[in-house]
Design a binder for this molecule. Structure first.
Ligand code: ATP
Ligand code: MG
Length: 535
């Protein structure tokens, strides 16, 4: 019989989604799409101490941004009544008991993987007594930690998870959805398989750490008389170099203010990557390229960067922006005049057309595009040297103006009006093409440059503390950037290419007077490579 495929993505709303979750999302939603099935979003909200509505909202945002739509929006807390009823049934049938030992006593009886555990003194409790205590737990008569409901498993099992796992615990904490209705909460290992069954999940795809849980899930299902049982398939979690993908560690980075928030563009969260300017399509592409395996590995950050460049190269509009400006005055260009020159929006796509860029007597060029005494292989502007201004004219430097301490403050130049558009009528060759911005029309902006948040491939590998490997220079702020006017209108979320520099996205901190851009990723810098080689 044809069976419709139903998958689910089951996040705990105790943090923002990260790129590791994206792997799981693309897998679960992707499989449902491929087989005309559906995928549920199920919040595993069984621990009110750490969960918040604000995280629920962020998770929904992240999934939608990635380009997926869930069928049902479900919550573990929707099933609290049913889960409680099944727990009562387990008690009545002698499969569960209430233990009043301390957590330390319970831990000490667990045994080790090579030696069996020992039975709790409450293991053979009368089911009536167990039920009475469980009802009291629910009624709020007992303190946190004083009683737990345990499953009567197998204290000698080689699978430690089967040694009488805890099913319910007392927590006198309000829940973000059920508020004060409950003060006992089911454990994940109990709730999870039953939720899957209740939703008719056919394929439960989860990361490898749940391999041992499968046996426990099967026990829970068998003993609660649920009829549908999903098949569980495990896959390796994504690890990515130069970052951390654990909500506990990401929470620490946020709480201790090593970053500005969950959506800091240096964070590997979906919110951070989005704010940084990564296209969702590039992330989906990344997820499909890394594939799904059962072997643990660390994926190179360089692969993610490759996917991002690949997408942006085709989709991002080209614009001109000068990050570290040096003034150029064109002495033979008429004063008080300006003109509009045609510039191509994206050479990779005919559909994106052209725009007009203002040009005038005073320009900004990149400080690094000029050297007074250039070494061999530096082909950009230098005294007496001619270069091309992109989409504009040939330009020759005639004089260098300096301040009293010898810093170059301005270049005096001449242009050749016969080279309009950047071509030479007499076949004269120049070796460099520079980007520029007309000083009279420029929009001043702030640009934020990002490097990896960590200096080590595996943060914390050497010392055990990720903070020892944190990159102190992961954020650089440039305050005096000069943009071509079209960039003043870039919407938040649009990623553009600043010609010769890289890809940049307008940040939500932008104001109408002062745009703020985040560097998504640089272009490969051939000059840096040459310098390195000659180093
Ligand atoms: P963390 O360890 O970061 O707290 P988690 O697994 O506790 O992650 P959940 O909210 O439970 O976070 O994650 C929801 C789903 O996402 C889980 O089913 C898990 O398998 C999957 N997932 C989490 N991290 C990764 C990862 N790095 N790679 C692939 N899948 C992941
Ligand atoms: Mg989890």
């Amino acid at each position: 019989m044809f069976q419709k495929i139903i998958t689910r993505f089951p996040p705990e709303p105790n943090g923002f989604l990260h790129i590791g979750h994206a792997k799981s999302i693309c897998l679960n939603f992707g499989i449902a799409q491929d087989y005309q099935g559906t995928c549920n979003l199920r919040f595993d909200d069984t621990n009110p101490a750490k969960e918040e509505q604000h995280y629920v909202d962020a998770i929904k945002d992240g999934i939608s941004w990635l380009g997926y739509a869930w069928d049902k929006e479900c919550y573990a807390s929707d099933y609290f009544d049913q889960l409680y009823a099944w727990a009562v049934r387990l008690i009545n049938e002698g499969h569960a008991y209430v233990d009043s030992q301390t957590p330390e006593e319970i831990a000490a009886q667990k045994g080790t993987p090579t030696s069996p555990g020992s039975a709790s003194p409450y293991r053979n409790q009368d089911p009536k007594e167990a039920l009475r205590l469980f009802e009291e737990m629910k009624a709020g008569k007992h303190q946190e930690g004083s009683y737990v409901l345990r499953f009567k498993g197998d204290m000698a099992s080689s699978n430690m998870l089967l040694r009488d796992p805890i099913l319910y615990r007392i927590m006198h904490k309000p829940h973000h959805r059920t508020k004060e209705a409950w003060c006992i909460y089911p454990m994940y290992d109990y709730a999870h398989p039953l939720e899957d069954a209740l939703e008719g999940i056919t394929h439960s795809l989860c990361s490898l750490e749940f391999q041992d849980n499968r046996e426990l899930y099967d026990w829970v299902i068998e003993n609660t008389a649920v009829t549908t049982r999903p098949r569980q398939y495990e896959f390796a979690r994504l690890n990515l170099s130069y970052t951390v993908l654990s909500k506990r560690r990401l929470t620490e980075l946020v709480q201790d203010q090593h970053v500005s928030g969950w959506d800091d563009p240096r964070m590997p969260t979906l919110a951070g990557l989005r704010r940084r300017g990564l296209p969702a399509a590039a992330l989906r592409d990344f997820a499909s390229r890394i594939g799904v395996t059962k072997s643990d590995s660390v994926v190179e950050m360089a692969l993610l960067e490759h996917c991002v460049r690949d997408h942006l190269n085709k989709s991002a509009l080209r614009r001109m922006a000068v990050l570290d400006p040096l003034k150029v005055v064109i002495e033979n260009y008429p004063e008080e005049e300006s003109e509009e020159l045609e510039a191509v929006n994206n050479p990779e796509s005919d559909a994106d057309g052209t725009r007009m860029v203002p040009f005038g007597r005073e320009l900004w060029i990149e400080r690094a595009d000029f050297m007074e005494d250039p070494p061999k292989k530096f082909f950009r502007l230098a005294p007496g040297r001619e270069v091309r201004l992109r989409y504009a004219y040939y330009l020759t430097c005639t004089e260098v103006i300096k301040d009293s301490s010898g810093n170059v403050t301005e270049l005096r130049c001449n242009y050749d009006p016969a080279t309009k558009g950047g071509g030479s009528p007499d076949g004269r060759k120049v070796k460099a093409t520079l980007h520029w911005v007309s000083a009279a029309h420029a929009v001043a902006a702030e640009v934020r440059l990002y490097e990896n948040l960590f200096t080590a491939e595996t943060p914390g590998a050497a010392s055990g503390d990720m903070l020892d490997d944190i990159n102190q220079d992961s954020l650089g702020i440039l305050n005096n950037c000069q943009l071509e006017p079209a960039l003043g209108e870039t919407g938040t979320g649009d990623t553009v290419q600043f010609e010769r520099q890289g890809y940049f996205a307008a940040d939500p901190d932008s104001t109408p007077d002062r745009p703020v851009f985040n560097r998504t990723i640089g272009l490969r810098d051939t000059w840096a490579k040459v310098q390195k080689k000659e180093g």
